[in-house]
Design a protein around this ligand. Structure first.
Ligand code: CAA
Length: 388
C-alpha cells in the first residue's frame, strides 16, 4: 500500500562510492573484459583489484571484519563492475548470495568463522540450491544430509553453481527430513577442502564466460554439526529469504550491463557517419536512445527502492513487501537489460554483431539475468503470491 512507499535517497557517500568503483572498474577490470570472455577464464585481475580496494564483499557486517555497507551500496558496487564486465560483477554478487544464509540465520560462532575470511578476501562463497532435477522447483531437491554421531553426512549433486571451484566456502541446502518437503530442508556450510567434495567440468555458456559454473559433487561429505546454519528444517526458508535480498543484486548486475551498452551506443552514434552526418542526428536513432535511457532509469528506481527495503528489513524493520520487490526488481531490470543490449547491438549494425565491439558480449551476458536466481517466470509466480 501507499503507506509503505518510501523513497530511497542515495547519500553523498553512495555517490562517492560509485565514482570510486567506476574509476577502479575502468582502470583495472575493463581492460581484461573482452579477453576474459573470449578465453572463458576467471577474471583474477578483477578479484585482485576488488580485494585490494575492499570491494569484493562489502555487505559483510563490521562486527565480522567487513565494510558493513548497506544494501544500496552493495548494489552500486555490483552495478559499476557489471557496467564493464558482468563476469567480474559475480564476485561481489555471489559472495553476498553464498554468505547471506550465514548472516541471516547462522549462529555467532559460524559467523565469526566464515565471514572473517570472506571479509579479508581470503575466501569466496558460493550458494548451492539447484540440482540437475530441481531448478525452478527448488523444494524438490534430492541432496541428503543424514545425522551421524556428532555431525552430518551429505550426499548429492548441486548444479549451476556460480564460482564453483574458485570459492572456498559453499552454502549447501540438503534434505534432513524427506517427509516434510520444504520444511525438511536444512542449510550447511561446506568447505572446498572437505573430504568428498569435487567439481564437474566448467559449463560452456552463452555469456558470463569468465565466471565458472560447475556442478558440485558431495560424496559422503562429513561435516561437524556446528556447520548447520540455524535450526534443522529452516534451510529452505533461509534460502528463500536470502533470495529476497539477493535478487536485487541481479537487478543491479542487469542495470550495470545495460548502462555499459547504452553508454557505448551513445558514443558510437556520435562518431559513426552515414548520409554525410553522425547517425545520432537521425531522429529514429535518438528515439531508440531515449527509450533505452527511460527504461533503464525506471529499472534503476525500482531496484534502488527494493535495495532500500532490503536494508530496512536487515535493520529490523517490517517485511516491506521485500519478497515482491526483490522479485519485481530482478524481473524488470533483467528484461530491460535484454532489450537495451539488443538495441545497442542494433545501433552498431554489423559492427555490433562482431566481437570487435563490446555490445554483443553485453547482450549475451544480459541473457542470464533473466534466468538465474529464479527465472523471470518464477519471479512472476513469487510476485503474484506476494502482491503488495
Ligand atoms: N521468505 C521466507 N520464507 C519463505 C519464503 C520467503 N520469501 N518463500 C518461501 N518460504 C518458506 C515458507 O516457510 C514456506 O512455507 P509456508 O508457505 O507454509 O510459510 C515454505 O518456504 C515453502 O514455500 P512455497 O510453498 O512457496 O514453496 P514452493 O515449493 O511452492 O516454491 C518457489 C516456491 C518460489 C517456486 C521456489 O521454489 C523458488 O524460488 N524457485 C526458484 C529457485 C531459484 O530462485 N533458484 C535460483 C538458484 S540460485 C542461482 O541461480 C545461483 C547462482 O549461482 C547465481
Amino acid at each position: 500500500g501507499s503507506a509503505d512507499f518510501d523513497l530511497y535517497r542515495p547519500s553523498e557517500e553512495h555517490d562517492m562510492l560509485r565514482e570510486a568503483v567506476r574509476a577502479l572498474s575502468e582502470a583495472k577490470i575493463a581492460p581484461f573484459a573482452a579477453a576474459v570472455d573470449e578465453e572463458a577464464r576467471f577474471p583474477q585481475e578483477a578479484l585482485d583489484a576488488l580485494v585490494a580496494a575492499d570491494l569484493h564483499a562489502v555487505h559483510v557486517p563490521e562486527e565480522y571484519g567487513g565494510a558493513g555497507a548497506d544494501a544500496l551500496a552493495t548494489v552500486i558496487v555490483i552495478e559499476e563492475v557489471a557496467r564493464v564486465c558482468a563476469s567480474s560483477s559475480l564476485i561481489p554478487a555471489v559472495n553476498k548470495l553464498g554468505s547471506l544464509p550465514v548472516v541471516l540465520s547462522g549462529g555467532e560462532d559460524l559467523k565469526k568463522k566464515y565471514l572473517g575470511p570472506l571479509a579479508k578476501g581470503d575466501a569466496m562463497f558460493s550458494y548451492c540450491l539447484s540440482e540437475p532435477d530441481a531448478g525452478s522447483d527448488a523444494g524438490g531437491m534430492k541432496t541428503k544430509a543424514v545425522r551421524d554421531g556428532d555431525g552430518y553426512v551429505l550426499n548429492g549433486v548441486k548444479r549451476w553453481i556460480t564460482n564453483a571451484g574458485v570459492s572456498e566456502y559453499y552454502t549447501v541446502m540438503a534434505v534432513t527430513d524427506p517427509d516434510r518437503r520444504t520444511k525438511g530442508i536444512s542449510a550447511f556450510v561446506v568447505e572446498k577442502g572437505d573430504e568428498g567434495v569435487s567439481f564437474g567440468a566448467p559449463e560452456k555458456k552463452l555469456g558470463i564466460k569468465g565466471s565458472p559454473t560447475r556442478e558440485v559433487y558431495l560424496d559422503n561429505v562429513r561435516v561437524p554439526a556446528d556447520r548447520l546454519i540455524g535450526d534443522e528444517g529452516t534451510g529452505f526458508a533461509t534460502a528463500m529469504k536470502t533470495l529476497d535480498h539477493t535478487r536485487i543484486t541481479i537487478a543491479a548486475q542487469a542495470l550495470g550491463i545495460a548502462q555499459g551498452a547504452l553508454d557505448y551506443a551513445t558514443g558510437y552514434v556520435q562518431e559513426r557517419k552515414q548520409f554525410g552526418k553522425p547517425i545520432g542526428d537521425f531522429q529514429g536513432v535518438q528515439f531508440m536512445l531515449a527509450d533505452m535511457a527511460m527504461k533503464l532509469e525506471a529499472a534503476r528506481q525500482l531496484t534502488y527502492s527494493a535495495a532500500a527495503r532490503s536494508q530496512r528489513v536487515s535493520d529490523g524493520g517490517g517485511k516491506e513487501h521485500l519478497t515482491f520487490f526483490g522479485a519485481a526488481a530482478k524481473c524488470f531490470a533483467s528484461d530491460v537489460a535484454m532489450e537495451i543490449t539488443t538495441d545497442a547491438v542494433q545501433l552498431l549494425g554489423g559492427y555490433g554483431y562482431t566481437r570487435d565491439y563490446p555490445v554483443e558480449r553485453m547482450m549475451r551476458d544480459a541473457k542470464i539475468t533473466q534466468i538465474y536466481e529464479g527465472t523471470n517466470q518464477i519471479q512472476r509466480i513469487v510476485m503474484a503470491r506476494n502482491l503488495p
